[in-house]
Write a protein that binds this ligand. Structure first.
Ligand SMILES: Cc1cc2nc3c(=O)[nH]c(=O)nc-3n(C[C@H](O)[C@H](O)[C@H](O)COP(=O)(O)OP(=O)(O)OC[C@H]3O[C@@H](n4cnc5c(N)ncnc54)[C@H](O)[C@@H]3O)c2cc1C
Length: 284
């Protein structure tokens, strides 16, 4: 197996253009597991860890541009204020070692329906920037996932960065697992309030072939919330929101949980995260 180690983004793109079969390697916490278990034997690995730009982030106006190679640990320690939903989800990922190595770009590259970065990225309306020697494309994250562990990348493209709006209101993340840490989500849910637009964003994880939004639930609750008077949320509204979130999912039975359990947990998580976020907003 060849190991290719470009030092610049331009060189990485040139390699990917010339050899689209090379497998990009960021933290390696997905790739190396597959290689070690002989589930994948790529002809070449394209190590992106020497490309400094990928590990950088910057705030540009009302957005954070997050390099694909930024780790969960750095999101937690450096971006908790700007991207609270993603930081909360990052805290639930794996162990300290996995959070140190694992990256947001790697989560997108793997595109597992259970990946923890997806619900907060969906809720925040993130945009994925992908590039090849042919040029740059901006893909709304809701269009990035195309199937189970599949994404919208062309064979010669790499993920460059993710644009995420700086939070204008509370953001929450909730994850159900069989234990508290080092666990793949049975189901997960991300929620973001945008009080300036009187809008709510959602993201469902591990309960459909791809991570997805609950669009009808978003519309319903945005209309139902008393953004100006700040009245507490009626139980009926919270329950209906939970039902609509569950209705947006399409889970399966598998070793981690049944479809029925996943739907139940989604409606509970939706109600809870809405309650937490609304409580935080009313206190501001
Ligand atoms: C013990 C353990 C626990 C884990 N726990 C969790 C968890 O709790 N939650 C969770 O979501 N995940 C978990 N994971 C999975 C993994 O850690 C995450 O998916 C992580 O985000 C992968 O990031 P990485 O940088 O290690 O990616 P890599 O393994 O380097 O790459 C993952 C995929 O993305 C592609 N890729 C990487 N960078 C790019 C790029 N710039 N452009 C294009 N493609 C790219 C790779 O080719 C590969 O297909 C766990 C893994 C292990 C081993």
């Amino acid at each position: 197996m060849e190991f290719l180690q470009p030092r610049t983004w331009a060189d990485a793109l040139a390699v990917k253009a010339e050899r689209p079969d090379t497998v990009p390697l960021a933290g390696g916490t997905d790739v190396m597991v597959e290689v070690n278990f002989d589930q994948s034997r790529p002809s070449a690995l394209l190590d992106l860890t020497r490309v400094d730009d990928l590990a950088a982030w910057a705030q540009e106006g009302d957005r954070v541009r997050l390099g694909a190679g930024v780790s969960y640990t750095r999101v937690i320690s450096e971006l908790g204020g700007q991207l609270p939903g993603l930081a909360k989800a990052s805290r639930t990922v794996g162990s300290p070692q996995i959070r140190n190595r694992g990256t947001i770009g790697g989560n997108l590259g793997a595109a597992s329906p259970a990946g923890d970065a997806h619900p907060p990225l969906l809720a925040a309306g993130a945009v994925v920037e992908v590039e090849s020697t042919r040029g740059l494309r901006e893909i709304p994250v809701s269009e990035f996932y195309t199937g189970v562990k599949r994404n919208a990348l062309a064979p010669d493209e790499l993920i460059k960065s993710i644009q995420i709006r700086v939070a204008t209101g509370p953001q929450e993340f909730s994850k159900i697992g069989t234990r508290n840490a080092m666990v793949i989500a049975v189901s997960s849910f991300g929620l973001a309030l945008f009080p300036d637009e009187q809008r709510v964003g959602t993201g469902i994880g591990s309960a459909a072939p791809t991570p997805r939004r609950a669009v009808e639930a978003e519309r319903f609750v945005a209309d139902a919330l008393d953004w100006d008077g700040l009245r507490p949320i009626d139980d009926d509204v919270a329950r209906r929101f939970g039902d609509l979130v569950a209705a947006a999912a399409a889970p399966i039975d598998d070793v981690r949980g049944t479809a029925r359990y996943r739907l139940h947990t989604l409606s509970v998580m939706a109600r809870r995260t809405l309650g937490w976020a609304w409580h935080a907003y009313r206190k501001v």
